[in-house]
Design a protein around this ligand. Structure first.
Ligand code: PXP
Length: 247
Protein backbone atom coordinates (compact mmCIF):
# COMPACT_ATOMS: atom_id res chain seq x y z
CA UNK A 1 0.00 0.00 0.00
CA UNK A 2 1.56 3.30 -1.13
CA UNK A 3 0.93 6.26 1.18
CA UNK A 4 -0.26 9.66 -0.01
CA UNK A 5 1.18 12.95 1.18
CA UNK A 6 -1.00 15.82 -0.01
CA UNK A 7 0.91 18.99 -0.82
CA UNK A 8 -1.29 22.01 0.01
CA UNK A 9 1.02 24.78 -1.26
CA UNK A 10 -1.09 25.66 -4.27
CA UNK A 11 -4.10 26.37 -2.09
CA UNK A 12 -1.96 29.07 -0.50
CA UNK A 13 -0.88 30.22 -3.98
CA UNK A 14 -4.52 31.04 -4.74
CA UNK A 15 -4.96 32.80 -1.39
CA UNK A 16 -1.84 34.91 -1.89
CA UNK A 17 -3.02 35.93 -5.36
CA UNK A 18 -5.70 38.01 -3.64
CA UNK A 19 -4.52 38.45 -0.06
CA UNK A 20 -0.75 39.02 -0.23
CA UNK A 21 -0.01 41.64 2.42
CA UNK A 22 -3.55 41.24 3.77
CA UNK A 23 -4.42 43.50 6.65
CA UNK A 24 -7.20 42.88 9.09
CA UNK A 25 -9.37 45.69 7.69
CA UNK A 26 -10.20 43.78 4.50
CA UNK A 27 -13.85 42.65 4.51
CA UNK A 28 -14.86 38.97 4.41
CA UNK A 29 -12.84 35.80 4.94
CA UNK A 30 -9.28 35.34 3.77
CA UNK A 31 -9.72 32.38 1.46
CA UNK A 32 -8.96 29.66 0.55
CA UNK A 33 -7.45 28.36 3.77
CA UNK A 34 -4.78 25.68 3.18
CA UNK A 35 -5.04 24.43 6.75
CA UNK A 36 -8.81 23.88 6.49
CA UNK A 37 -8.10 22.08 3.20
CA UNK A 38 -5.52 19.88 4.92
CA UNK A 39 -8.04 18.87 7.57
CA UNK A 40 -10.50 17.80 4.86
CA UNK A 41 -7.74 15.99 2.94
CA UNK A 42 -6.88 14.02 6.06
CA UNK A 43 -10.54 13.18 6.56
CA UNK A 44 -10.61 11.76 3.02
CA UNK A 45 -7.61 9.53 3.65
CA UNK A 46 -4.45 11.57 3.13
CA UNK A 47 -1.67 9.87 5.07
CA UNK A 48 0.25 13.09 5.58
CA UNK A 49 0.31 16.76 4.67
CA UNK A 50 3.24 18.36 2.89
CA UNK A 51 3.81 22.07 3.19
CA UNK A 52 6.69 24.09 1.72
CA UNK A 53 7.74 27.22 3.54
CA UNK A 54 9.77 29.01 0.90
CA UNK A 55 12.38 31.61 1.58
CA UNK A 56 10.35 34.20 -0.34
CA UNK A 57 7.08 33.17 1.42
CA UNK A 58 5.31 33.23 -1.92
CA UNK A 59 2.59 30.82 -0.86
CA UNK A 60 2.77 29.14 2.55
CA UNK A 61 3.33 31.52 5.49
CA UNK A 62 4.84 30.68 8.86
CA UNK A 63 1.42 30.97 10.54
CA UNK A 64 0.10 28.25 8.19
CA UNK A 65 2.75 25.85 9.45
CA UNK A 66 2.00 26.63 13.09
CA UNK A 67 -1.76 26.28 12.59
CA UNK A 68 -1.26 23.01 10.73
CA UNK A 69 0.85 21.76 13.59
CA UNK A 70 -2.07 22.43 15.95
CA UNK A 71 -4.72 20.61 13.94
CA UNK A 72 -2.99 17.90 11.87
CA UNK A 73 -3.96 14.39 12.82
CA UNK A 74 -1.65 12.56 10.42
CA UNK A 75 1.95 13.60 9.67
CA UNK A 76 3.46 16.92 8.71
CA UNK A 77 6.22 16.91 6.12
CA UNK A 78 7.89 20.32 5.98
CA UNK A 79 9.61 21.03 2.68
CA UNK A 80 12.44 23.47 3.09
CA UNK A 81 15.68 24.79 1.69
CA UNK A 82 18.91 23.70 3.31
CA UNK A 83 19.58 26.93 5.21
CA UNK A 84 20.34 27.59 8.85
CA UNK A 85 17.18 29.73 9.14
CA UNK A 86 15.00 26.87 7.95
CA UNK A 87 16.78 24.31 10.12
CA UNK A 88 16.13 26.59 13.10
CA UNK A 89 12.47 26.97 12.12
CA UNK A 90 12.03 23.20 11.71
CA UNK A 91 13.57 22.54 15.11
CA UNK A 92 10.99 24.88 16.65
CA UNK A 93 7.96 23.49 14.79
CA UNK A 94 9.08 19.85 15.02
CA UNK A 95 7.28 18.37 12.00
CA UNK A 96 7.38 14.59 11.61
CA UNK A 97 9.71 14.95 8.66
CA UNK A 98 11.49 17.56 6.61
CA UNK A 99 12.05 17.24 2.91
CA UNK A 100 15.11 19.19 1.85
CA UNK A 101 14.69 20.80 -1.57
CA UNK A 102 16.71 23.22 -3.67
CA UNK A 103 15.20 26.69 -3.97
CA UNK A 104 15.65 29.43 -6.48
CA UNK A 105 13.55 32.57 -6.64
CA UNK A 106 12.95 32.34 -10.37
CA UNK A 107 11.31 28.92 -10.38
CA UNK A 108 7.53 28.59 -10.23
CA UNK A 109 7.71 25.45 -8.14
CA UNK A 110 10.65 23.19 -7.25
CA UNK A 111 12.71 22.36 -10.32
CA UNK A 112 15.53 19.82 -10.28
CA UNK A 113 16.66 17.80 -7.31
CA UNK A 114 18.90 18.87 -4.46
CA UNK A 115 22.58 18.64 -5.33
CA UNK A 116 23.73 16.66 -2.29
CA UNK A 117 27.22 16.33 -3.73
CA UNK A 118 27.72 20.09 -4.10
CA UNK A 119 26.06 20.92 -0.77
CA UNK A 120 27.41 17.98 1.17
CA UNK A 121 28.44 19.93 4.31
CA UNK A 122 25.14 21.83 4.64
CA UNK A 123 23.09 18.71 3.98
CA UNK A 124 25.01 16.68 6.55
CA UNK A 125 24.54 19.43 9.18
CA UNK A 126 20.81 19.46 8.47
CA UNK A 127 20.49 15.67 8.70
CA UNK A 128 22.45 15.59 11.97
CA UNK A 129 20.32 18.37 13.52
CA UNK A 130 17.10 16.61 12.50
CA UNK A 131 18.29 13.19 13.66
CA UNK A 132 19.16 14.68 17.06
CA UNK A 133 15.64 16.14 17.30
CA UNK A 134 13.89 12.94 16.21
CA UNK A 135 12.76 14.45 12.89
CA UNK A 136 13.08 12.34 9.76
CA UNK A 137 15.06 13.91 6.90
CA UNK A 138 14.12 13.22 3.32
CA UNK A 139 16.32 14.50 0.50
CA UNK A 140 14.57 15.46 -2.72
CA UNK A 141 16.99 14.21 -5.37
CA UNK A 142 17.17 13.24 -9.00
CA UNK A 143 17.51 9.49 -9.60
CA UNK A 144 21.29 9.69 -10.00
CA UNK A 145 23.56 7.05 -8.50
CA UNK A 146 25.95 9.62 -7.03
CA UNK A 147 23.17 11.55 -5.27
CA UNK A 148 21.55 8.38 -3.96
CA UNK A 149 24.77 6.87 -2.62
CA UNK A 150 25.82 10.07 -0.90
CA UNK A 151 22.34 10.53 0.64
CA UNK A 152 22.74 7.13 2.28
CA UNK A 153 26.32 7.81 3.28
CA UNK A 154 25.38 11.07 5.00
CA UNK A 155 22.75 9.25 7.07
CA UNK A 156 19.52 10.48 5.51
CA UNK A 157 16.85 7.93 6.37
CA UNK A 158 14.60 8.87 3.43
CA UNK A 159 14.86 10.22 -0.08
CA UNK A 160 12.17 11.55 -2.38
CA UNK A 161 12.90 10.77 -6.01
CA UNK A 162 12.20 13.74 -8.24
CA UNK A 163 9.72 12.48 -10.82
CA UNK A 164 9.57 15.80 -12.73
CA UNK A 165 11.88 14.88 -15.60
CA UNK A 166 9.85 11.75 -16.23
CA UNK A 167 6.51 13.59 -15.95
CA UNK A 168 7.74 16.27 -18.35
CA UNK A 169 8.85 13.60 -20.82
CA UNK A 170 5.38 11.99 -20.86
CA UNK A 171 4.64 12.98 -24.46
CA UNK A 172 8.20 12.52 -25.70
CA UNK A 173 10.37 9.57 -26.74
CA UNK A 174 12.41 10.04 -23.52
CA UNK A 175 9.57 8.88 -21.30
CA UNK A 176 10.61 5.21 -21.07
CA UNK A 177 14.24 6.07 -20.45
CA UNK A 178 13.25 8.47 -17.65
CA UNK A 179 11.13 5.74 -16.09
CA UNK A 180 14.07 3.33 -16.22
CA UNK A 181 16.17 5.95 -14.39
CA UNK A 182 13.52 6.19 -11.67
CA UNK A 183 13.25 2.42 -11.43
CA UNK A 184 16.99 1.93 -11.13
CA UNK A 185 17.17 4.79 -8.67
CA UNK A 186 14.49 3.24 -6.47
CA UNK A 187 16.23 -0.14 -6.49
CA UNK A 188 19.61 1.40 -5.71
CA UNK A 189 18.21 3.54 -2.90
CA UNK A 190 16.41 0.62 -1.30
CA UNK A 191 19.55 -1.52 -1.51
CA UNK A 192 21.39 1.29 0.30
CA UNK A 193 18.80 1.12 3.10
CA UNK A 194 16.88 4.27 2.19
CA UNK A 195 13.12 4.67 2.39
CA UNK A 196 12.00 5.73 -1.09
CA UNK A 197 9.35 8.38 -1.68
CA UNK A 198 8.58 10.08 -4.97
CA UNK A 199 6.98 13.30 -6.13
CA UNK A 200 6.61 16.19 -8.53
CA UNK A 201 4.42 16.26 -11.61
CA UNK A 202 2.45 13.14 -10.68
CA UNK A 203 -1.18 13.34 -11.86
CA UNK A 204 -4.32 11.21 -12.11
CA UNK A 205 -3.10 9.63 -15.37
CA UNK A 206 0.61 9.08 -14.90
CA UNK A 207 0.13 7.70 -11.39
CA UNK A 208 -0.79 4.40 -13.09
CA UNK A 209 2.88 4.07 -14.07
CA UNK A 210 4.51 5.58 -11.03
CA UNK A 211 2.73 3.19 -8.71
CA UNK A 212 4.60 0.34 -10.40
CA UNK A 213 7.97 1.73 -9.25
CA UNK A 214 9.55 -0.72 -6.84
CA UNK A 215 9.75 0.03 -3.11
CA UNK A 216 7.80 3.29 -3.09
CA UNK A 217 6.69 4.18 0.42
CA UNK A 218 4.89 7.48 -0.22
CA UNK A 219 3.94 9.79 -3.08
CA UNK A 220 3.83 13.52 -2.47
CA UNK A 221 1.26 15.06 -4.77
CA UNK A 222 0.02 18.62 -4.94
CA UNK A 223 -0.93 20.40 -8.13
CA UNK A 224 -3.20 17.78 -9.67
CA UNK A 225 -5.12 17.21 -6.41
CA UNK A 226 -5.64 20.93 -5.75
CA UNK A 227 -6.71 21.37 -9.38
CA UNK A 228 -9.17 18.49 -9.24
CA UNK A 229 -10.51 19.80 -5.94
CA UNK A 230 -11.77 22.91 -7.72
CA UNK A 231 -14.39 20.81 -9.46
CA UNK A 232 -14.95 17.83 -7.14
CA UNK A 233 -13.95 19.16 -3.72
CA UNK A 234 -10.77 18.11 -1.94
CA UNK A 235 -12.24 15.01 -0.32
CA UNK A 236 -13.24 13.38 -3.60
CA UNK A 237 -9.96 14.51 -5.17
CA UNK A 238 -7.99 12.75 -2.42
CA UNK A 239 -10.15 9.62 -2.48
CA UNK A 240 -9.80 9.30 -6.25
CA UNK A 241 -6.02 9.64 -6.09
CA UNK A 242 -5.81 7.04 -3.36
CA UNK A 243 -7.93 4.66 -5.44
CA UNK A 244 -5.64 5.12 -8.44
CA UNK A 245 -2.42 4.83 -6.45
CA UNK A 246 -3.37 1.47 -5.05
CA UNK A 247 -5.64 0.19 -7.83
N1 PXP B 1 7.58 16.90 -3.85
C1 PXP B 1 8.36 18.01 -3.77
C2 PXP B 1 9.68 17.90 -3.10
C3 PXP B 1 7.91 19.24 -4.28
O1 PXP B 1 8.69 20.33 -4.19
C4 PXP B 1 6.63 19.31 -4.87
C5 PXP B 1 6.11 20.60 -5.36
O2 PXP B 1 6.90 21.15 -6.30
C6 PXP B 1 5.88 18.14 -4.93
C7 PXP B 1 6.38 16.95 -4.42
C8 PXP B 1 4.52 18.13 -5.53
O3 PXP B 1 4.58 18.39 -6.89
P1 PXP B 1 3.24 18.60 -7.70
O4 PXP B 1 2.62 19.87 -7.17
O5 PXP B 1 3.70 18.70 -9.11
O6 PXP B 1 2.37 17.42 -7.42
Amino acid sequence: MILLGVNIDHCATVRQARYRGYNQTAPGPVEPDPVALAVLAERAGADGITIHLREDRRHIQEHDVWRLKEVAKTRINLEMACTSAMVEFALKVKPNSVCVVPESREEISTEGGLDVVARRGHVKACIDAMNAAGIITSLFIDPDAEQIDLSAELGAPWIELHTGAWANAWHTPRRDAEFVRLREGALRARAAGLVVNAGHGINYDNVADIRTLPHVHELNIGHTIISRALSTGIEEAVREMKRRMNA
